[in-house]
Write a protein of this length. Structure first.
Length: 134
């Protein structure tokens, strides 16, 4: 019985210290990049976290963000976006969108206005702006 209680106590201590250390890691990296004004958004299984210098639900001017792999305690991706937004699509994919400046001529046919990033493969899938006049 004592063995089981001791084992349970060790499990709780290890779980708490792991959780505490990821929050320390996030705080340290966010302070280095953003100063202290940042927001975080974990995916549903808490395997990745987005750290940004803007509120994730509202469009902002230029903002930066990075994604941390919680298990590895490592930044796996970072980017800067102008007048855009980012959202979780699922546990391993985020969608990043932005508003372009003035588009001239046929540039709209090739303008990448959003991408989906797979956090497992770290590959982007670009989504093109549809030209409604064709």
């Amino acid at each position: 019985m004592v063995k089981h209680l001791l084992l349970a106590a060790c499990f709780v201590i290890v779980s708490c210290s792991t959780s505490f250390s990821i929050h320390e890691f996030i705080s340290k990296k966010a302070a280095e990049k953003f100063g202290g004004n940042y927001s975080t958004s974990f995916n549903s299984d808490s395997s990745f976290v987005i750290c940004s210098n803007k509120i994730l639900t509202k469009a902002a001017d230029t903002f930066s963000f990075f994604v941390i792999d919680v298990k590895k305690q490592a930044i796996v991706f970072n980017d800067q976006v102008q007048k855009g937004n980012l959202i979780w699509l699922n546990d391993s994919n985020i969608k990043v969108t932005w508003t372009p400046g003035i588009i001239k001529g046929d540039e709209s046919k090739n303008s990448d206005l959003e991408y989906v990033l797979n956090l497992i493969t770290l590959k982007k899938s670009h989504l093109k702006l549809e030209n409604k006049n064709q």
